[in-house]
Design a protein around this ligand. Sequence first.
Ligand code: FNR
Length: 186
Amino acid sequence: MSKVFDVAVLVGSLRADSLNRRVALALAGMAPSSLALDLVEIGDLPFYNPDLETEAPPAAWARFRARVARADALLFVTPEYNRSVPAALKNALDVGSRPYGKGVFGGKPGAVVTVSPGAVGGFGANHHLRQSLVFLDVPVMQQPEAYIGGAGDLFAEDGSIAKAGTGEFLGKIIHAYADWVARLAR
Ligand code: FNR
């Protein structure tokens, strides 16, 4: 049996009816059988504070670090907040990057998908996130770039994708990502 790669999916929105969460779930539904996508909770992580980095760090930090550590790969699906990465997602990166030298992200193949009702598709957040991922040593898929704009009317009332072209594009992204993971996962 061929390997199934465990993908930790970090969604940058905490909103219950988040468009990004819906896109992440759509990607999970379209993924080839070589990938198992799992949305990892980030909304319960206390803000990173080195003073809490004791022998007993916050339980949510420990849970998050252990979950990401055992993943083979990373998928980020996020909105843009004020042309950058939402604080909740940046906090998750900070929590997972410490203690120094024991970060959980390094070497895991990643991809960044940004989703916005606006026309620019979260370009600013996409590239700010890539900047952090360079430092965290996450090799990020370069193509196709995934800026999903106009997402306000992406979904039909029954939850299906209403825009066929965007649906096809999401399929392309997740299949390219599966190739990327197969090449680079350790
Ligand atoms: C936004 N939004 C937004 N959109 C965008 O394209 N560029 C931006 O810089 C911002 N900035 C921004 C800041 C804050 C604080 C909020 C709450 C929202 C709008 C955002 O794209 C929209 O609310 C999305 O629906 C958020 O994604 P989810 O929650 O639907 O996944």
